[in-house]
Design a protein around this ligand. Structure first.
Ligand code: GSH
Length: 234
């Protein structure tokens, strides 16, 4: 077991601490859900530190007190602690002056799209990833994949229609775009998104943002710094 390290990802005296993994296998690097939180913090210009834990520490009482399902991310901010990436991103957005619409009706649309990203689009994207990355049984994989792909295609077609010719989900770039873009990005193991050009452009537009690039760099940097421990163990 390694000690959790607080690695100041931004170099400032941070009062916000994000709990993330110290390392994951290459297929998951750049896709762990603390990326959403790091992205929102970078958009909001809020300095933070990362507490990096390993996969044994995630089941220990200290972490379960932060995240009862033995997952990441979790965050400590404003004297309290939270888990669930969507709730965290929304809370960071509330603390920022430009990640949520000010008008109440438009803000409710942002909340709607936040849930759509997490409850309607993410489950089908995650099911496909489960089949592709975690099923060992090749026969079962071949059997389940077409249905998992079809479910993703249905949602992508619906999402593209709903997005129409808008640049973002609701007015200017805001919190649900962070969530939807990170969900869509998780299809990067396939060419599915290329069949939905407006969504591909939407994702490019979101991930071209400097705050996303910084967040991605910060997550990957943590893994790079710890890779030597896992390579030695392998
Ligand atoms: N609904 C949770 C899901 C968190 C989640 O699935 N985290 C993954 C990493 S991206 C994890 O820690 N998985 C380990 C596990 O479930 O044992 C959220 O959005 O925060």
């Amino acid at each position: 077991m390694q000690d959790a390290s607080i690695d100041d990802a931004t170099g400032g005296g941070a009062s916000i601490v994000v709990t993330a993994y110290d390392w994951v296998p290459s297929f998951a690097q750049g896709h762990v859900r603390d990326l959403r939180v790091r992205w929102a913090l970078n958009e909001a210009d809020l300095p933070y530190a990362a507490r990096l834990i390993d996969h044994q520490q995630k089941t220990e009482p200290e972490h379960l007190a932060r995240q009862p399902f033995a997952q990441v991310p979790a965050i400590e901010m404003d004297g309290g602690s939270m888990f669930e990436s969507g709730a965290i991103v929304w809370s960071i957005a509330e603390a920022s002056d430009h990640l949520l619409p000010k008008d109440p009706a438009t803000r409710r649309q942002a909340l709607t799209w936040t849930f759509a990203a997490l409850n309607t689009v993410e489950p089908v994207v995650a099911r496909l990833a489960e089949v592709v990355f975690f099923l060992d049984d090749e026969e079962l994989k071949t059997k389940l994949r077409p249905r998992a792909v079809a479910a993703v295609e249905t949602r992508l077609a619906q999402l593209q229609t709903a997005l129409g010719d808008r640049d973002h989900l609701v007015g200017d770039f805001c919190a649900p775009d962070i969530l939807m873009a990170t969900v869509l990005r998780d299809l990067g193991h396939s060419d599915l998104l290329s069949h939905y050009p407006a969504l591909a452009r939407y994702l490019e537009r979101c991930t071209a943002r400097p705050a996303f690039q910084r967040a991605l760099g910060e997550q990957l940097e943590s893994f790079a710094q710890n890779a030597h421990r896992y390579e030695r163990a392998a």
